[in-house]
Structures are given as C-alpha cells and as structure tokens.
Design a protein around this ligand. Structure first.
Ligand SMILES: Nc1nc2c(ncn2[C@@H]2O[C@H](COP(=O)(O)OP(=O)(O)OP(=O)(O)O)[C@@H](O)[C@H]2O)c(=O)[nH]1
Ligand SMILES: [Mg+2]
Length: 332
C-alpha cells in the first residue's frame, strides 16, 4: 500500500527524550577524567543527539510519498482528507528543523572545544535542539494524524480497472463475485460506510481489477455534498472503464427512469468510457431497453462472457487513446 511506509510520527517530547536518552547512553560505561576526555564526552553526546534528531526527522519526510509522483487518484483523496498544501507545509517545517539542528551542532562543536567547562555549552545545545523540536510539535501532530487517515485508503492498484456502478440491489456484487470467482476484499473508502469492494481476474495473462462502489455511484449526485463529490471524482483518475448496471425488472426497488438519470449523471461527471448493461434478464418482468448494450443474468450466466469481452476491448481502446504513439511523442 502506497501509504504503508509511513510510520507513526513521534511527538516532539518523544523525539527529544529518545535523542537525549541515546546521547547519555552513548556515554555510559566510559571513564571520564581529565579535560580532554570530558571535552570528547560532551562533544560526542551532542553529536549523538543531533544525529538522532536529524535521522528521525529525515525519515519522517522520506516516508511520506512525494506528492508529484503520487497517482492522481491518491493525490485527490489525500487532498480531500488532509490537504496536500498543509502536508507539504508540515513536511517543510520538519525539513527546516532538521537543518536547524544540524546548524546548532556545528556551532556548538566549536563552543564545547573552547569552553572552560564543556558541560555548559553541551547543555545549552540540548536546550536549543529541544526548543527547535518543540516549535514543530504541531506539524508532527498533524503529520501523525494525516498518516493515520491516509493508511486507511483503499489499496487500488494501478491495474486496468472495471468500476461497477448502479443503484443498490441491481446485482453489482453478484456480478463482481461471478467474474472474480472469489470473495472480494472490502477496503474502506472516504465518506462511505460500506467501503469499496475490490476483486481481481486475469485474462490473457493480464490482471484486471474490478471495483464495486456501494454508496458511491448508486444515487443521484444532487444528493451529494462537495467533499463526497470530490471523493467520487477521484475514481475518474483511475485507469478505468465504468460498467453501469441496470435492473430493468425494477425488482431492485428503483424505477427505470431514476436509473437512467443516474446513468446520465455518471456520464456527465466521469470522463471515463461507460458500458450500459442490464441485469436480471432471467426475470419475467425484465424489459429490453434501447440504451442498454448487453442483457445479462448473474444467476444463469447469460451474456456475461460477451460483457467481459467488450469491457476488455474498451480498456484497450482507452489505452490507445490515452497513450500517445512513440513517434507522435517524438514530434511533440
Ligand atoms: N433474478 C435475478 N436476481 C439477481 C440477479 N443478480 C442479482 N440478483 C439478486 O438481486 C439482489 C441484489 O444483488 P446484489 O448483487 O447484492 O446487488 P448490489 O447491486 O450489489 O446491491 P448493493 O450492494 O446493495 O448496492 C440479490 O437478491 C441477488 O440475488 C439476476 O441476474 N437475476
Ligand atoms: Mg453490493
């Protein structure tokens, strides 16, 4: 998972305790007598503390993904959930503190060497370092909160994806189970209670992912607030095609005209190819509709193979459009 590398971000107190504890442990067991050895001991304590601080701070920054290289899907979700600008600023503060600690340690190496009693400048250096770290405590707390939120993002791989949309009860889960042949995993998704279901299937040695989106693409967009809309829109940055599943038997409890309206909205809000499929063809109330490209039944299996072939074709067509030919690129 993209955000899994991020460890717990320590608070300023935790970080300071750790650095000073290590610094004094580095000295334990050593006999210190004479000016030269006192000097060395204090210098070494201070450098140890400075190293612990800067290693820890550098690790915090390094473990957050670089936002420029984050897949757009995750970038959008990160932005809604914690704010990319705020994250960048907090990370910049951590970076700043690391530089500052380094500077203090450079200055105080000299001071310790020149001092009458080297304990005094070493203690002063510790004080400076502690207050630098204290000054970024709010950034550390924010980063830890961000980390806890981002870790819960669904693991959506950069694999070609079929996003299954449609009103509740039309048979989305039945379809996903049928084509993936396994119980798909459920991943939490921001602003949904049910999360997204992600399953996989392989065709011609290529692995595809199917994403069922209960609660996301199953009711009119007009009922959504801005944040929910942004969470929904993030899906359109996946390498995906949408399969809009309808239930023309209306046994799902929603009228055809409402289902049609949702289809229209998805077409308007998503810059992704949409395949319209009608399910429950086995039911007596089933009706064939002009807008529908395939009629299927997840119970009898009728039409499913044809739908799969068409979806893979659409993924391929989308690829050809969005990936420029090598010579086209050379011309640009
Ligand atoms: N007759 C018939 N019933 C079906 C078919 N596909 C699904 N169903 C039934 O429709 C109901 C809803 O199916 P689900 O797959 O849970 O529908 P869903 O779209 O995932 O529903 P939500 O998760 O609530 O959004 C279940 O009772 C299924 O057994 C079909 O092809 N024919
Ligand atoms: Mg379902």
């Amino acid at each position: 998972m993209i955000f899994e590398k991020i460890h717990t971000v320590p608070t300023s107190d935790e970080l300071t305790n750790k650095a000073f504890k290590r610094a004094s442990r580095a000295m334990s067991g050593k006999t210190i007598d004479g000016r030269e050895s006192r000097l060395k001991a204090n210098e070494s304590m201070m450098l140890t503390a400075a190293n612990i601080f800067s290693d820890n701070l550098a690790n915090i920054v390094r473990r957050f993904p670089s936002f420029e290289h984050l897949p757009r899907f995750y970038y959008e979700l990160t932005d809604i959930l914690v704010g990319v600008e705020k994250l960048k600023m907090a990370l910049a503060s951590v970076d700043w503190a690391s530089g500052k600690i380094h500077e203090v340690s450079r200055v105080y190496v000299g001071k310790i060497r020149d001092a009458e009693s080297p304990e005094t400048p070493r203690k002063e250096a510790f004080g400076r370092m502690a207050s630098i770290i204290k000054s970024i405590n709010k950034d550390l707390l924010f980063l830890n909160e961000a980390r806890n939120i981002l870790r819960k993002l669904p693991e959506v791989l950069e694999e070609p994806t079929v996003v299954v949309a449609g009103y509740p009860n039309v048979g989305k889960s039945s379809f996903v189970t049928r084509i993936t042949g396994a119980t798909p995993e459920i991943a939490p998704y921001p602003f949904t209670t049910k999360g997204v279901t992600i399953g996989h299937f392989t065709r011609n040695m290529v692995r595809y992912q199917v994403m069922d989106t209960p609660g996301l693409l199953d009711r009119p967009m007009s009922e959504r607030n801005d944040i929910e809309l942004q969470a929904i829109t993030a899906i359109s940055y996946l390498d995906a095609v949408v399969m809009f599943l309808m239930d023309p038997s209306e046994s799902c409890g929603y009228e055809i005209k409402d289902q049609m309206r949702l289809l229209k909205e998805i077409r308007e809000n998503f810059n992704l190819p949409v395949l319209v499929v009608a399910n429950k063809a086995d039911r007596p109330e089933f009706q064939k509709l002009d807008e529908v490209q395939f009629n299927i039944s997840t119970i009898t299996g009728e039409g499913i193979e044809e739908v799969m072939e068409r979806l893979l074709e659409m993924i391929e067509e989308k690829r050809l459009i969005s990936t420029p030919e090598p010579d086209e690129e050379a011309e640009a």
